[in-house]
Design a protein around this ligand. Structure first.
Ligand code: MG
Length: 230
């Protein structure tokens, strides 16, 4: 059995930590008189970035730079550096594993599953999260968009995960985003399980075989499917 799993908002509370970070960033932007950037945040214009393949493979500093350059044509290195430090510090002090994440990974291991993490964003940022959350050793493979040069909007990284274990015929993809995790999972013939939480919680699902509330339910789905095939 091969289980591909997403990181952000599937195993850990990225959007929640992100929201705290944005709230913390607002007074900083006021102090710096960066009202246009504040307006960008408050009107949720960042939604336009969701489909950006480029942004999904960048490091935090490059990502913030790109966003600020959308708002202002140029941003001073010193201003950017201050923002990066504030965002990094606030984000990591709020980042946590969901309580069902470790039991989920441990039970999959016990069942003899191969687990491959398939995640967007930069190498540095994602590896730092894995270190910080202490879950690196659960994975038999780690595929990060910043390392492959392809975001999960393309099937490329899912194919890589699939090819790591070509003899496994029972394949699952567990994630929180329909147009990346579920669509990519489908592209490689996986049974797709959408965990409805985090930033994309309210979106309609087109590519999910199953929709669940948490990883405990996702595990139940995998066990049921597994028994059917036994
Ligand atoms: Mg995610």
């Amino acid at each position: 059995m091969l289980v591909m799993v997403d990181l952000d908002d599937t195993l850990c509370n990225t959007w929640e930590a992100g929201k705290y970070t944005i709230i913390r960033l607002l007074p900083h932007l006021i102090r710096k008189r960066k009202f246009k950037a504040m307006f960008y945040i408050l009107t949720a214009r960042y939604r336009e970035l969701e489909q950006s393949r480029e942004l999904l493979v960048l490091d935090l500093d490059k990502m913030l730079q790109k966003i600020m350059e959308r708002v202002y044509r140029k941003i001073k290195d010193k201003d950017l550096e201050e923002m990066v430090q504030l965002v990094d510090r606030t984000f990591f002090s709020n980042l946590k594993l969901f309580p069902d994440a470790k039991p989920f990974l441990e039970e999959l291991k016990r069942m003899g599953a191969k687990i491959v993490l398939v995640t967007d964003s930069s190498t540095y940022w994602q590896r730092k999260k894995l270190e910080y959350l202490g879950i690196k050793d659960y994975f038999d493979g780690i595929i990060i968009s910043g390392e492959t040069g392809h975001s999960k909007l393309d099937p490329h990284n899912f194919l890589l995960a699939r090819r790591m274990f070509p003899n496994e015929t029972e394949v699952y993809m567990v994630g929180d985003r329909d147009d990346t995790d579920m669509k990519g999972g489908k592209a490689v013939g996986a049974t797709t399980i959408l965990v409805k939480r985090g930033y994309f919680k309210g979106r309609r699902a087109k590519y999910a075989d199953y929709i669940v509330k948490n990883l405990t339910e996702a595990l139940e789905v995998i066990k049921r499917e597994h028994e059917k095939r036994a």
